[in-house]
Structure formats: C-alpha cells, structure tokens
Write a protein that binds this ligand. Structure first.
Ligand code: UD1
Ligand code: CA
Length: 448
C-alpha cells in the first residue's frame, strides 16, 4: 500500500501515430506556443518531482529526442522507452514493465497529447488516490459540454468507478453518459503491474487499452476513485488540428495574462501572439498584431508594434522602439534605439540611441550563408538603406536615403556615406560646404 514517502514514477505516452493530425511528424511534436506539445506535458510531470519519468516514444523517436534537446529539456530523470509497434495505450505502459519493476510505488500515467494539464490538478489526484484508493487507482474525470471522442466513465452503486468504455465501444445508452475519462491516472504501482499482463484486445479497435486496467482493478475489489475536474481547458486532448488550435488559444491566454500581470501593457491581446519563453520588462507596450517568438528578450519601457515580428535570438534593451512592419531576427537592439517602420533587422547588433530609417534592410544572406552586421551608438541610417552583410557602421555615422552599403564597407566613426554603391562623402575644404552641412542635409532628407 502506498504512503506519502512512496516513490512516484510518471509514465508519459507519446508513441501514438496521431493519424488524425494528418502530419508526417509525431503528434507530440506539434508546435504549441513556441515549443513542442510534449514539452508542456513534461513540465506537468516534472512539477510532481517524481523519482523517474518514462517517456514512451515510437514513431520517429529520434525526432522527439532531438526536439526536446533543442528546446532545452533537462534529461535528468527522464528515460525514453521504445514502443516499436503501437498496439494501444495499455500496450504502451506494458513496454515500461522492465523499468517499473515489481513494486514501483505510485505510477502516474499521462497522455502526451494533454498540454494544458495543471500541476494543481495533478496534486489533487495524487491526494485523492492516497486518501481513498491507496491500493487501487484514482482517475481524473470531467463533464465537458461535448464528450467527443472521450471514453465514458461507468460508476457502480457505491459511486466507485467500475469501468471506462471507449466511445467506439459504447452502446447508445452509454454514449449519453456525461462523465468522461480525461486520460490521467494515479495507480498503486503493484496493482498496475499485476493487471497489465492481463489486458485483452477484445474491443472495437483491437488494441490493448489502458482503461481496461481500471475495470480489472475494480473487478478484483480494489478501490477506483474519480476526481471530477471543472477546469475544462486542462483536459483538452489533442487529436486533430482543431484541438491543437483550441489548446493554443487557451495557452496563449495564460501567457498573455502573465505578462499583463507583470506590468506589460498589451493593448490588444486578441491580436497578439507571444510564445512561451519570452521575457518582457515592466512598462513595455506591445501594440496590436504583433508576433513575438520563443526566446526573445525585451527590456523595460520599450514599444513594440503594431504589426511587428520579433524572431528567435532578438534582444531589445530598455527604451528600444520597434514599429510597424519591422522584423527582427537575431537582432540586438541597444537602449533608446529606434526602428519604427518597414525594416528587416537580421543578424545585427545595434548600439544605443541609433536610428534606423524606414525601409532599411540588413541583407544578411548571400544565398549560402548568413552574415552579421554591427551598428555603433547614435548611428543614423537614412530611409531605404540596404546594408549588405557582413558590415560595420561606426558610432555617429550617417547613411543617406537609399544608400546601398556593399559588404565589408566598414563605415568609420561619424562618417557620412551616400549613393549606390554607397561611397564616403568627403568633407569639403574651407570655402566649400562644410561636412557638417552636408551631413545635416543628408539627415533631413533621410529622416523617417
Ligand atoms: C484515450 C483514452 C480515452 C480518453 C482519452 C482522453 C484509451 C484506450 N482511451 O483515448 O478513454 O477519454 O484518451 O483524451 O486509453 N499512445 C501510445 N501508444 C499507443 C497508443 C497511444 O503511446 O500504442 C499515446 C498517444 O501518443 C497519445 C496517448 O497515448 O498521446 C493517447 O492515445 P490516443 O490514441 O490519443 O487515445 P484517445 O483515443 O484519445
Ligand atoms: Ca487523445
């Protein structure tokens, strides 16, 4: 019998083919707010601080491992278990038997397609299992408005769960049952490993169902308790792209709410996309139709948008302003620097108080490789400047409107460059126009 000190193993089932997603890639890699679906589930699993996590993968398991690696997943305590053939959710847990051993303490089983499941809900289920079904199991149930595709929960006279019937196996009367199996279980490990070898394939899909374990426990007199959750978005299981978009919307709202509570002024959350893993400082304003991808860092008191796209690797220092139709990719933008209109800042480091005129493009790609550029403090790039990378533009330098700065021009400090291809505007000797006048002329033309 389990007790508080009983070790916890979490088994996450992520080997399914996900046929209903109509994708070549494993379902658990479907992108969700900037990370794969499975990363959200792993977070929920880790919130329980379990002794071990067994992640069951099958179809293209290398891709799953690779994607998790890419998204900074910490592998400590996580073991990949291979399910070569996908013979059902029960079979997926059967293949973990060698890792589980004969008495694995408590075993929490999660499906890899439930990204919204919260730590609090999992804790309640663990507490229920410990309190009223320590020798059996506790399952998470819900009564959603639409029971589409879920297994229905059949309860006995005493209120305990007797069995779960998959929708495809339901009689018309059973289909009317409102309480469904969400696919989250806490088992007494011993009871689970005893029942697993007894599963049959006697059902509509000819699969080994994990849900049959519930019926086996109940039939042998072990308690099966149910915790009905009212957090209906937490139980979204992703089987197709409609479900994925519902989950994305729910997760997006959570992310936006967190930023709003942190003091980020998001003017129109309904048209703002902010991925997981974005940091934004207090007092920053995010204007409508802006997309901010995972890993972007934005300082305090910045202004971003409307219609701005901030991609991976972009870092905005305090008071930076990136405006409409400007895309940043791997761009470091210094304090008080502005790029307010129609620009592409790709692979560039901009100093402080610089001004990037409307229509400026950092041409970072030569068809084979990406190259970096650097722009110094207080530099002023006139409207429509094209900077072909690699390149550097010194502090206080100016480019004229429409200048095409060819690669490796290495514009020096305070120099003025104009034309196509851009050439340095020489300072005139006494008697002629001063360089200062020429510079101010270029500036007044180029200012956006
Ligand atoms: C399952 C439940 C159903 C429940 C619903 C909740 C069963 C038999 N049914 O149905 O009662 O209402 O979830 O969302 O368990 N998987 C494997 N290996 C396999 C098969 C599946 O790892 O051989 C994984 C899938 O990757 C997925 C999870 O198990 O993450 C659930 O499988 P899925 O086919 O989505 O089950 P449902 O039909 O949704
Ligand atoms: Ca599912």
């Amino acid at each position: 019998m389990a007790s508080r000190s009983t070790p916890i193993t979490v088994v996450i089932l992520a080997a399914g083919l996900g046929k209903r997603m109509k994708s070549e890639r494993p379902k658990v890699l479907a992108p969700l707010c900037g990370r794969p679906l499975i990363a959200w589930v792993l977070d929920a699993a880790k919130s329980l601080a379990p002794e071990q996590i067994l992640l069951v993968t099958g179809h293209m398991k290398e891709l799953v491992a690779e994607a998790l690696e890419q998204h900074g997943q910490n592998w400590k305590g996580v073991t990949l278990v291979h399910q070569a053939e996908q013979l059902g959710t029960g079979h997926a847990v059967q293949v973990c038997l060698p890792q589980l051993g004969s008495n694995p303490g408590r075993v929490v089983v999660l499906y890899g397609d439930m990204p919204l499941l919260g730590a609090g809900t999992l804790q309640s289920l663990l507490a229920l299992q410990e309190r009223s079904a320590a020798s059996g199991a506790a399952i998470l149930t819900a009564c959603p408005e639409n029971a589409r595709g879920f297994g229905r929960v059949l309860r006995g006279r005493n209120g305990g769960v007797e069995r779960i019937v998959e929708e495809k196996d339901c009689t018309p009367a059973q289909k009317e049952i409102g309480e469904v199996n969400t696919g989250v279980y806490v088992f007494d490990g011993k009871a689970l490993v005893d029942a697993l070898p007894r599963l049959s394939r006697n059902n509509a899909q000819k699969e080994y169902y994990l849900t049959e374990v519930v019926a086996l426990l109940a039939a042998s007199g072990l308690p099966v308790a149910a915790h009905e959750t009212e957090e209906l978005d937490e139980i979204i299981g992703i089987n197709n792209l409609v479900h994925l978009s519902e989950a994305r919307w729910a997760l997006q709202q959570r992310i936006l709410e967190q930023h709003l509570l942190n003091g980020v002024a998001i003017e129109d959350p309904a048209t703002t996309t902010i991925d997981h893993g974005v940091t934004i400082g207090v007092g920053t304003r995010i204007l409508p139709f802006t997309v901010i991808r995972s890993g972007v860092q934005i300082g305090a008191h910045c202004e971003v948008g409307p219609f701005t796209h901030l991609r991976a690797g972009s870092v905005l220092a305090d008071h930076a302003e990136i405006g409409n139709f400007t895309e940043c990719k791997n761009a470091r933008v210094g304090k008080h620097t502005k790029a307010k209109h129609l620009a592409y800042l790709g692979d560039v480091t901009l100093g402080e108080h610089a001004n990037v005129g409307a229509g400026t493009i950092f041409a970072n790609y030569d068809g084979k490789r990406k190259h970096q550029s650097k722009v110094g403090d207080k530099a002023f790039l006139g409207s429509g400047t094209v900077v072909v990378a690699p390149n550097s533009i010194g502090a206080g330098a100016t480019t004229g409107a429409g200048a095409v700065v060819t690669r490796e021009s290495a514009i020096g400090k305070s120099e003025v460059w104009v034309g196509v291809p851009a050439r340095r505007l020489e300072r005139k000797k006494a008697g002629g126009r001063t360089a200062r006048k020429a510079q101010s002329k270029v500036r007044s033309k180029g200012r956006a």
